[in-house]
Design a protein around this ligand. Structure first.
Ligand code: ME8
Length: 513
């Protein structure tokens, strides 16, 4: 039996349709979640929606809707996109849910009882798009240092959280747990911030009422970031009677987030947890940004990065593959159609697509539509597979997704070369029984190589695996595969009747305009 594995994504703001940057985070967390299931771990994958605060309230007002109706609709839209992109989350937490709000109130009470809250005047700046407070010194000509937009000058009485009290303990924790923040560059960034010194932070607002009410002061509403961070434990039932998930899965093994929200996850969140006496998450895994580069300007030419359009034009598998293969995880990466088409036509259509297609055709022609039985003579392929999967697992553990895929492609292309080298069509012409045996063995090994590649690809392209299995008549339940069984050479014995041929990745003739 494997280990428990709790993985979360950030919960996106529900003020607009999900964009590719947010979807990128879901895809990569999904790859990790699916890989852990394949490895036999007991996975709980959480995502959800950040629904409170000024930004969302404004968006609802602008669309002339009641805020709750507005977020209800946005959440449905988000869930539709999660399903479209094959995100396999186990839980979905909404910050406007009763359960979540009760936990937020419980925690505010706890912080107050601990003496970690005090009331004071806040005078400074607020960036609504980032939902962040900035001092005058932090702003750049009055603009937000993070997003460059105008900030609002605010003067309010707020409750403050004594973040400054946690500075030393946070430094100690990060120094003792060097992989608390991954990658190292982000860890150093956090340590830098901590060593500069921490200021106490506002955790309530009076001017923003689309928020969780502070239980001990009617005039105050919880600051949206404190509200949002708590999702990671409210979703598991922390502070409620139904807390079995919390007991089973907390602490989180991985919080996946983008680089812009590092401070909230690596400083504020752990400090809040320390204050309420809850264990800290094991790793905060930080990815870079998807940059649209100059193509962002090409909307007028009809180029769009709309997730629905991308799905329609290239298919979900190809988009998932592309971001995992092309972007060096942890760094920023450009999304360009040129690179997408190149990967699509090269890696997908040419390499794996052709391997499947040629093998299918040969099984149909030379094997009378039936995959030959495993005869036990596996030669070098078995060893190569074992090396491939071992290295692939190591890469994934280190979040080196591009390298993992590149390593798998070496194996796939060895299978392609095996066809050239063994020339099954020559053997097929021979009447010799030995040649027939050889041919059968070649075909079996090709199908087994394809099947195993499909198992390893399942976390990246779950629907591709199903399609490939169907073509070769493999009735495996893809959702419940384990590397220790289905990932072993020879697990499949052959003898299945092939299904219908389907071109997996029809070539794209030219760059989409
Ligand atoms: O920050 N490339 O929500 P959000 C890659 N509600 N990742 C990107 C990206 C891009 N271009 N743009 C955004 C929030 N992201 C809060 C989170 S969690 C308790 C509360 C990532 O909708 C971003 O870094 O602005 C974040 O991890 C996630 O998408 C949601 O961003």
């Amino acid at each position: 039996m494997g280990e428990k594995f709790y993985i979360t994504t950030a919960i996106p703001y529900m003020n607009s349709k999900l964009h590719l940057g947010q979807i990128y985070e879901f895809i990569m967390a999904d790859v990790v979640a699916r890989f852990n299931r394949l490895a036999g771990n007991d996975v709980y994958f959480l995502t959800g929606s950040d629904e409170h605060g000024q930004k969302i309230y404004k968006a609802a007002q602008q669309s002339g809707e009641d805020a709750q109706d507005y977020v209800d609709k946005m959440v449905e839209e988000m869930k539709r996109l999660l399903a479209l992109y094959h995100i396999s989350h186990n839980g979905f937490i909404r910050t406007t849910s009763q359960k979540h709000q009760e936990t937020v109130q419980h925690i505010l009470n706890r912080l107050k009882d601990n003496g970690d809250l005090y009331k004071s005047k806040y005078e400074g700046n607020y960036c609504t798009p980032c939902e962040t407070f900035f001092t005058d010194a932090q702003t750049i000509e009055g603009k937000c240092p993070d997003c460059g937009r105008e900030t609002e000058n605010i003067k309010e009485e707020n409750y403050f959280f004594k973040l400054s009290n946690y500075q030393e303990r946070l430094i100690e924790h990060i120094e003792k747990n060097p992989d608390f923040v991954i990658p190292e560059t982000r860890r150093n960034e956090v340590l830098g911030l901590l060593k500069q010194g921490l200021k106490d932070i506002s955790v309530s607002r009076t001017a923003v009422t689309w928020a969780v009410p502070v239980p001990f002061d009617q005039k105050h509403y919880c600051y949206v970031w404190v509200d949002a961070l708590i999702n990671y434990i409210s979703a598991l039932g922390y502070s409620s009677k139904e807390d079995h998930l919390f007991r089973q899965f907390w602490p989180a093994d991985q919080h996946h987030i983008g680089k812009d929200i590092l401070k909230f996850h690596a400083i504020i969140w752990p400090a809040l947890l320390m204050s309420i006496g809850v264990a800290l998450p094991r790793h905060v895994v930080v990815h870079g940004w998807i940059l649209l580069g100059e193509e962002k300007l090409s909307k007028s030419k009809g180029i769009t990065l709309d997730p629905d359009q991308l799905a329609q034009d290239y298919g979900i598998d190809a988009i998932r593959y592309f971001v995992a293969r092309e972007i060096s995880f942890g760094n920023d990466g450009s999304f360009t159609y040129g690179a997408l088409v190149k990967r699509y036509n090269g890696d997908l259509s040419n390499d794996i697509g052709n391997l499947v297609s040629r093998t299918f055709t040969m099984v149909k022609k030379f094997g009378a539509g039936k995959v030959p039985q495993d005869c036990g003579a596996h030669g070098g392929f078995q060893v190569q597979w074992e090396e491939t999967i071992r290295e692939l697992e190591q890469y994934i553990e280190k979040f080196k997704f591009a390298e993992a895929l590149s390593r798998l492609w070496e194996f796939i292309n060895k299978a392609n070369k095996y066809i050239e080298d063994t020339q099954p069509w020559v053997l097929a012409k021979s009447d010799d029984a030995q040649d027939r045996k050889k041919l059968d063995n070649i075909l079996y090994q090709l199908v087994e190589s394809i099947r195993l590649s499909s198992v390893a690809l399942y976390p990246f392209m779950p629907s591709l695996t199903r399609k490939i299995f169907d073509q070769f008549g493999i009735a495996e339940d893809t959702q419940h595969m384990k590397l220790s069984e289905q990932g072993k050479w020879g697990h499949y014995k052959g003898g299945t009747k092939i299904g219908k041929k389907e071109i997996l990745f029809p070539r794209i003739q030219e760059e989409k305009k």
